[in-house]
Design a protein. Sequence first.
Length: 207
Amino acid sequence: MEKFTTLTGVAAPLHMINVDTDMIIPKQFLKTIKRSGLGKHLFDEMRYDPEGNENPNFVLNKSTYRDAKIIVASENFGCGSSREHAPWALLDFGIRCIIAPSFGDIFYNNCFKNGMLPIRVSKQDLDKLMEHAKRGANTTLTVDLEAQTICGPSGGEVTFEIDAFKKQCLLEGLNEIGLTLQEVDKIERFEDGQRASRPWLYVGAAE
């Protein structure tokens, strides 16, 4: 998993409450287990009309925000069903950070597992960041995970809270598999002990 330390990029303003995971990646695109290729279907029903043409009014279709790395959103972002394809689609599009007052719990945790940073901010700070985002490509936000700050183009700073364990996992680029592999020596010692004390469990097992 890619480490997350600092991120500087254009922030797209998505001033909508209750953006659920079906809006992020509609159900017809859940047939794949690949994490790549989903970005083109991100917000599919809002980005395209029924004929597949781009909706020019949707924020990510505007030239200013096509290369956005951050989304500044409203309350309850990522609510709905527990599809991990939602963070996959965002990440494949190029989004690595979502800033909002609140998130769906499962989506929030899935972001960390995929190297993305979801940041909870107050309504007051959200309004400030949303105004920055509305200025377009001429302004960028810088997210510093180590310092737990978001800096605007004019030097203004917003601080945020984050669970210390989740923060460290992002800084080191570790998901559950990576964390487990850090203990591989202990796992191997345990297995060797099991083989010695309970050999019958391993009869016929592949070496």
